[in-house]
Design a protein around this ligand. Structure first.
Ligand code: ADP
Length: 536
């Protein structure tokens, strides 16, 4: 059997180069044969290999890899397989295979694998960076643009790199920028419009929040309320309007509340009307209040003047009518038969009638001046001649005891004026001077020429006008001494008419007086000294 085994192993060793050695060992551990031709000496010896011993005793196949130092440093794999005959171990096969080449192969495969992995990783990284750049670049662009937009710069645009999702996002971002810009421009425009409307309107406007604190006040309102610029913001409207004594903020929230503020001082009348409207949302939630302030001083003044005028007219007409009524009554009661009384009574009624006619005529003149302020029938007049002519007329009618003195140069002054109306003015002033001049008094007439106006002055040496009444004598129906003026046939409208006429001509009229020392009434008329050349 040993020979058979030997032949078999030699044959096996020749044909199978992958195995280094094959040994057959019997159940006693004796080596029956080996395929190693150079080591035939061990045949018949007892094997000392621990793997064989274990395999024989445990009846299992054992294997192990270890370094074979004898033949260079190479790795060998030793496998011991039990040979069984019907469950009985009759020996083992001991195989030694050189697996260094397998390791070399595995190593080369590993190195190929590592290199491949590294290359793949580098390619992936490069691709990743490139890919991420295509994604992050537009995103960074958009981030920058968002910052720019936050700072109010809408001129930037995000570059669109493609039509993918990021490209679409960039497109949407650009259109969003455009829309925000348009909306911003519109809001800005509306804001500017609103602020210019608010500052150029003549009414004052104050807006509050729902607690009544001022959030907006335009400059006319600041001027009307005389509060310093921008100091009212954040203050309660009740304090700004100074109405805390009589109102609470809730009182102003009523539908269309209106209050009148009388801010008149001793020197000046000043009345404001404030209309309040509530700013309400559709839900009924109150957002605040808007107060609109109107300066109604002028309107109040006009209303008061109108009331005074009507009562004055009625009063002025009632006096002559009452007196006429009583005289006519006396006449009809029999006085008409009295040859002494009748002519006197009739004369009084005639005088009263004449006074009423004068009054009505003056009223008519005034009402015409009020209504047709512009319609002056103007022509160029040499004022020096015109003035002298009027004084001449009065000189013929005046009392001898009164002296006239003219301070008028002979130089012609050409002025464009309504002759009839200025004549009425001069008539009135001169007749007043005549009326109030004492016997032996002097009336002086002045005409002064200035660069762009002339000044006419007529002064008398009469009883004068008290200082506080100097302006009032130009008011309708004002008389310093009512009884005396009426006695002299005055209507109290002469200077009022004069003022209207002079104002319509673009001039001014005023009175100067020292009590007891006479009165000077002065008026100006605009005048332009046309150079001679203009007429050539
Ligand atoms: P009247 O018809 O009463 O004269 P006027 O309007 O002409 O009305 O004058 C108003 C008032 O001014 C007069 O009633 C008078 O009291 C006062 N007045 C006008 N002129 C003089 C003057 N020269 N001297 C004193 N008082 C004058």
């Amino acid at each position: 059997m040993q020979t058979d085994i030997r032949e078999l192993l030699v044959d096996f060793a020749r044909n199978n180069s992958s195995l280094d050695e094959v040994r057959i060992v019997d159940d006693k551990g004796k080596i029956l044969g080996t395929s190693d031709m150079d080591n035939q000496g061990i045949v018949g010896q007892k094997s000392t290999t621990p793997l064989i011993k274990r395999s024989l005793s445990l009846n299992t196949s054992e294997d192990k890899i270890y370094m074979d130092d004898s033949d260079g440093n190479k790795r060998v794999w030793v496998n011991v397989l039990p040979i069984k005959n019907k469950d009985e171990v009759i020996g083992v096969i001991y195989l030694v295979a050189d697996i260094e080449s397998v390791y070399t192969q595995v190593n080369s495969i590993t190195s190929i694998f590592i290199t491949g992995t590294l290359i793949a990783m580098v390619i992936t990284a490069v691709l990743g960076i490139l890919l991420s750049r295509t994604i992050t670049k537009p995103l960074i662009d958009m981030k920058r643009q968002a910052y720019a937009m936050a700072r109010g710069n809408y001129s930037r645009k995000v570059k669109v790199y493609g039509l993918d999702e990021i490209g679409q996002l960039a497109e949407s971002f650009n259109s969003l920028t455009r829309k925000v810009q348009e909306a911003q421009a519109m809001t800005e425009g509306e804001r500017r419009k609103l602020s210019s409307v608010l500052s150029y309107m003549t009414d004052g406007v104050i807006a509050t929040d729902r607690r009544g604190k001022v959030i907006l006040i335009n400059s006319p309102a600041e001027k009307m309320l005389r509060v310093p610029h921008e100091s009212a913001n954040g203050e309660p409207i009740i304090d700004v309007l100074d109405i805390g004594d009589s109102y609470q903020f809730e009182d102003l929230m009523g539908q269309e509340a209106t209050i009148t503020l009388d801010r008149s001082t001793v020197e000046e009348r000043y009345i404001l009307r404030v209309n309040f409207s509530v700013i309400q949302r559709e839900t009924g939630f109150v957002n605040g209040v808007i107060a609109v302030l109107h300066d109604i001083t002028e309107q109040e003044k006009v209303d008061q003047e109108r009331r005074d005028f009507v009562s004055n007219v009625s009063h002025e007409l009632r006096t002559p009518l009452t007196s006429m009524h009583s005289y006519l009554e006396a006449l009809s009661d029999g006085a008409w038969q009295d040859p002494e009384l009748a002519p006197k009574f009739l004369e009084v009624t005639q005088n009263e009638t004449e006074r009423m006619i004068r009054l009505v005529n003056d009223l008519l003149k005034l009402s015409r001046m009020d209504g047709e302020r512009e319609q002056l029938d103007k022509s160029f007049v040499n004022f020096t001649d015109f003035f002298n002519h009027i004084i001449d007329r009065f000189e013929m009618m005046k009392k001898d005891s009164i002296k006239f003195k003219r301070f008028i140069s002979k130089e012609p002054v050409i002025i464009e004026l309504d002759e009839d109306k200025i004549m009425q003015v001069l008539d009135n002033i001169i007749s007043n001077a005549n009326k109030y001049s004492p016997d032996g008094g002097q009336i002086s007439f002045f005409l002064k020429k200035f660069a762009n106006h002339i000044e006419v002055a007529i002064s008398d040496e009469g009883l004068g006008i008290p200082k506080e009444d100097l302006n009032k004598v130009f008011d309708r129906f004002f008389r310093v001494d009512k009884a005396r003026s009426r006695e002299m046939g005055g209507t109290g409208l002469g200077l009022a008419i004069a003022k209207e006429v002079i104002r319509a001509h673009g001039g001014d009229i005023w009175a100067e007086s020292n009590r007891g020392k006479g009165t000077t009434v002065k008026f100006t008329l605009p005048y332009s000294d046309l150079p001679e050349d203009d007429w050539e």
